[in-house]
Design a binder for this molecule. Structure first.
Ligand code: CUA
Length: 184
């Protein structure tokens, strides 16, 4: 904040230096180029997902996820007894985000496709699947439906990469990928 008014009051009528105009033009063209790169990468770069997104009441999403977890539960894990749900191949899978957990744990079969439904119950969270680094913003009130086909067997971690509160750094989840017809 300036204490005294500037010496030249009508500064916006001064001519813009040529170098500045050139930089404005360069920045504009670069911005335009990067805009079209987003579309290019979406189609050819396999970087961006093609989710279906719709509105959903968080209470309804919570209800559907708990029904899903109950129906497909194969075991429980950890001290808290977090259910591990193994959905039917080709079917729907649900995972919800809430402070501070991803729930439930999923067990999927390699090479099978699933419709993964993702949403949050309270605040915005960031779904980050590691180590393959697939990232999705998860908002309360919005449901992402992603067609997911695991290509590798293993244990994949889900971390939260959107700051959501004091427990943000402990907000983890898990997805197991197993060979078809096998369990863990
Ligand atoms: Cu959830 Cu950070």
């Amino acid at each position: 904040m300036a204490i005294f008014p500037p010496q030249t009051r009508i500064w916006w009528n001064e001519p813009v230096a040529k170098a500045e105009l050139v930089w404005i033009a360069v920045a504009f063209l670069w911005g335009l180029f990067m805009f079209f790169m987003m579309i290019y990468w979406h189609i050819y770069g396999k970087q961006n997902l093609s989710p279906v997104v719709g509105r959903i009441d968080p209470a309804v999403f919570e209800q559907r996820t708990s029904e899903f977890a109950e129906k497909f539960k194969v075991r429980e894990e950890g001290n808290l007894g977090i259910p591990v749900a193994k959905p039917t191949a080709g079917g729907d899978a649900y995972m919800l985000a809430r402070t501070f957990e991803w729930w439930p744990v999923l067990e999927l079969e390699k090479g099978k496709s699933y419709k993964l439904h993702l949403s949050a119950l309270d605040v915005q969270h960031g779904f980050s699947l590691q180590p393959i680094n697939m990232n999705i913003q998860v908002h309360p009130g919005l449901e992402h439906i992603i067609t997911l086909t695991p290509t590798e067997v293993g244990t994949f971690g889900v971390i939260c990469n959107e700051y959501c509160g004091l427990g943000h750094h402990v907000m983890t989840g898990r997805i197991y990928v197993v060979e078809p017809g096998q369990g863990r």
